[in-house]
Ligand binder design. Structure first.
Ligand SMILES: Nc1nc2c(ncn2[C@@H]2O[C@H](COP(=O)(O)OP(=O)(O)OP(=O)(O)O)[C@@H](O)[C@H]2O)c(=O)[nH]1
Ligand SMILES: [Mg+2]
Length: 365
């Protein structure tokens, strides 16, 4: 019954497929125009307060931008959001690469959203300007959290200076809080000074460790242990459970040798597995009791006030330094003075004084 096939030839034309009617050219151009149209600061503020994630993302992009025009708009948005911020718990998480931070945040964040919390995850990672943010590459480790509509995950801001990255993260915290996120998790890799910066912007600081590796191997400095409100030994599963419990005892002993904290809080050591999720709820209980205690003593709000002052001073210091080193006169004179100091022609102090004089005289003109 089938009709004989015609030999195919490249001269034969097939009827083209006409575009479906739903694709309306003017609608497309309208969508493209809307996409290009930058929302005003008022629109962004309204969107953020409404819990709109696109508005929140856009505002964070403004905060991260180096364009001076964006900076002004970002400041307006932050100003509008500030009265609605501050109602959250800010948790810092640090630990060396591979300790399981991302896997832990996935387990912990999902646990929190199941409790009905709204969780935002931000990162301070000054080294990420090359890799475009560790969290971004990590999104596979946070598969569930990424899809969770009560979670907001933002890759770390890139920047040249830790101060710059930290400022952007601080401002992003405000935006997330105004958008209704009540638990903010700030992740940082335990390198450089980034833990100190994160410690100065969170209420609770959690240090992730693993058992079986010496402190040298884990690259953890004593100062970071002193900052921790909790040490969590991760990967306490399978054959590792015994070793993790042993490590817990050792850390507990070590922590008792540290001077008491200003908060009067005795740091806790726990074990957990980010994979089996064993111990995750205990960590939340620990954080909750810390919050309860520091709220009672007034330390919680005292610390936030101190942190605000700290960041104001930090910003002034950083801007002054930048301004100084960016002056063309200073740039050229600095090189000459360096040579003179190296050749013992002038003392380092005289060299510094003459540069500062040059700077201040220029400023007062
Ligand atoms: N057995 C076990 N493995 C874990 C656990 N948590 C994380 N891992 C594994 O450890 C490896 C590193 O985990 P990540 O979550 O990527 O560690 P990270 O600290 O975020 O690493 P960086 O992003 O490189 O700093 C992965 O292979 C994880 O599957 C755990 O609780 N138990
Ligand atoms: Mg990671």
């Amino acid at each position: 019954m089938s009709s004989p096939k015609k030999p195919s030839s490249s001269l034969q034309e097939k009827a083209g497929i006409s575009p479906p009617e739903i694709i309306n050219v003017s609608a497309i151009s309208q969508i493209q125009k809307n996409r290009r149209k930058q929302p005003s600061s008022e629109e962004l503020i309204a969107g953020i307060l409404d819990g709109n994630r696109t508005a929140l993302s856009r505002a964070i992009t403004l905060v991260e931008s180096t364009n001076p025009e964006h900076a002004e708009k970002a400041n307006d948005v932050i100003k509008g959001c500030l009265p609605h911020a501050n109602k959250s718990i800010r948790i810092g998480i640090t630990g060396v690469p591979g300790v399981g931070k991302s896997t832990f945040i996935e387990a912990f964040g999902t646990f929190l959203t199941q409790l009905g919390k709204k969780v935002a995850v931000l990162a301070v990672d000054p080294s990420s300007s090359l890799s475009h943010g560790s969290i971004l590459g990590d999104k596979t480790r946070m598969e569930e959290l990424v899809k969770d509509e009560n979670a907001f995950i933002r890759p770390s801001a890139s920047g040249d200076t830790l101060g710059g990255v930290a400022r952007k993260t601080r401002e992003s915290i405000i935006l997330c809080e105004a958008a209704g996120y009540d638990t903010i998790i700030i992740e940082t890799v335990g390198v450089g000074q980034s833990e100190t910066a994160v410690h100065s912007m969170v209420d609770f600081f959690l240090l992730l460790k693993i058992s079986g590796a010496g402190d040298e191997l884990q690259g953890i400095k004593r100062g970071i242990m002193e900052m921790a409100d909790a040490i969590v030994i991760n990967k306490a599963d399978g054959d590792n459970i015994k070793k993790a419990n042993q490590a817990k005892l050792e850390f507990n002993r070590a922590l008792h040798l540290f001077p008491p904290k200003k908060s009067n809080w005795q740091p806790k050591v726990t074990t957990c597995s980010a994979i089996t999720k064993e111990g995750i709820s205990d960590i939340w209980n620990t954080i909750s009791s810390y919050i309860e205690m520091t709220n009672q003593t007034g330390f919680f709000s005292e610390k936030r006030k101190e942190q605000n002052n700290f960041w104001m001073m930090e910003t002034i210091n950083e801007q002054l330094k930048l301004n100084f080193y960016n002056q063309p006169e200073i740039i050229s004179q600095l090189e000459q003075n360096k040579k003179a100091v190296q050749n013992d022609e002038i003392s380092p102090f005289t060299a510094a004084q003459s540069l500062l004089k040059l700077y201040f005289n220029k400023g007062s003109k």
